[in-house]
Design a protein around this ligand. Structure first.
Ligand code: HEM
Length: 404
């Protein structure tokens, strides 16, 4: 679906627009320039928004739930109107004290041991996708494969569908729902019958009639102090898992493969030295952190010398924090065996990613299976790689070739 054209940005420090295609292409350069220049950029777009670029400021905001609310976390012209403390997608849109309850409901399902049990499904999923690519290449040797659209994008969709007990074939619908929320926030109104809410209401009603051992059934039976979760809570949390769990990991796997496609020496290191792989994974997460979150200012507050007013947005660019030279040695270099790496890819403070064990598993398996099948690959044409716009950043088309 076509993206709505955005007016050009002439000065990123006073008129930034993270939904502009120019931002997608050169975001890391823009963060570095702004960090030197401001370091907190501002725009009148979206009804007023701030963009801190230093690790210290981003960390301060992420940990300050008094002056900043998570009532809405995706920047757009309108502000979300579902009031705190729950918000429309708990726990990410919840504030304390309700946040702890909404997060607590999910912890058991996403705990390390529970997630480790999904490794077999993850590997099987990756192998199926690779087999399809290989089959196509066998018929047309030398053809181009798209590591994003034929591989990375399907991995998290299929796994979260299995976890939720939803048909894998609904994956295309999930991607349409997600695109509306993350890449075109507030730009599209759709008939209720075409909305994620409608889709989920139907699935939840079906599940209540016929409970299973999937995550929707689990949420339908969860309780808080003996009271079942409200329907809006169950629906909002499932919507969050679909939105938070798919583009993010797809971006993480895609960016890692984009990097490896361009660095044959690091591909060799990765293949020859399995001990480097856990370090490489964390460095992919630091260097190509996909997720920028947002907060609404709740009370007058000053950050980095900037006076923030209630209902202003502030973006939390965890990716920019990860490239701050005050927080990381040689922050602008990808160091495959970086030892000290307290990156912020999964956020900071009470909203730190609940799905981080799953995200790491999918990235690890996604990269391992690809590298096992295709130890040698290169970008077909660097200019034909496209990147997403908005708050989740990663390659959306990634055409690669395989030297014979
Ligand atoms: C590489 C992949 C991923 C990255 C980089 C990522 C990043 C993040 C970040 C930065 C936050 C903090 C949001 C904030 O401060 O407002 C977050 C929260 C969250 N993520 Fe992830 N995420 C990823 C994958 C996943 C997956 C696979 C799931 C589950 C299916 C998931 C579920 C969540 C949930 C439920 C929250 C809200 C936690 C809370 O509010 O307490 N994420 N994620």
């Amino acid at each position: 679906m076509p993206d709505i054209p955005r007016p050009p940005v002439t000065d990123w420090s006073t008129d930034f627009d993270h939904t502009h295609p120019d931002y997608a292409a050169r975001a890391p350069e823009i963060w570095d320039e702004l960090r030197e220049q401001c370091p907190v950029a501002h725009t009148d777009r979206f009804g007023g928004a701030w963009f801190p670029t230093r690790h210290e400021d981003i960390s301060t905001i992420a940990k300050d739930t008094e002056n900043f609310t998570s009532r809405d976390v995706v920047v757009k012209d309108v502000r979300g109107d579902v009031p705190a403390p729950m918000g429309y997608a708990p726990p990410i849109t919840s504030d304390p004290p309700f946040h702890k309850i909404a997060r607590g409901v999910l912890l058991e399902f996403f705990a390390p041991k529970a997630i480790a049990a999904w490794e077999g499904v993850a590997r099987e999923t990756c192998r199926e996708l690779i087999a399809e690519i290989k089959e196509r290449l066998a018929e047309d040797p030398g053809a181009v494969a798209d590591a994003a659209t034929e591989y990375a994008q399907h991995i998290p969709v299929r796994i979260i569908a299995d976890m939720l007990g939803l048909p894998r074939e609904d994956g295309d619908r999930f991607r349409v729902f997600i695109h509306r929320v993350l890449s075109e926030p507030g730009q599209n109104t759709v008939e209720f019958e075409d909305s994620l809410e409608y889709y989920l209401d139907e699935k939840i009603a079906e599940r209540r009639q016929n409970l299973g051992d999937d995550l929707i059934s689990y949420l339908c039976q969860a309780d808080v102090d003996g009271m079942p979760l409200q329907d809006e809570h169950v629906r909002g949390t499932i919507a969050l898992l679909i939105i938070a769990g798919i583009d993010t990991t797809w971006s993480g796997i895609g960016a890692s493969l984009w990097h490896l496609a361009q660095h044959p020496e690091q591909r060799r290191r990765w293949t020859d030295d399995p001990e480097v792989r856990p370090f490489a994974l964390e460095e992919f997460l630091r260097f190509y952190a996909p997720v920028t979150m947002a907060r609404l200012v709740a009370k007058d507050v000053e950050i980095g010398g900037c006076p923030m007013k209630p209902e202003d947005w502030t973006l939390l660019s965890f990716p920019a924090a990860n490239r701050d030279p005050e927080a990381f040695d040689d922050a602008g270099s990808f160091i495959i065996d970086r030892q000290r790496n307290r990156h912020t890819a999964f956020g900071l403070g009470i909203h730190r990613c609940v799905g981080s064990n799953l995200a790491r598993l999918e990235m690890k398996v996604g990269i391992e299976e690809w590298m096992e099948a295709f130890p040698d690959f290169a970008l077909n044409d660097p200019d034909s790689v496209t990147w997403s716009t908005g708050q989740v950043r990663g390659p959306r088309t990634l055409p690669v070739v395989f030297p014979s």
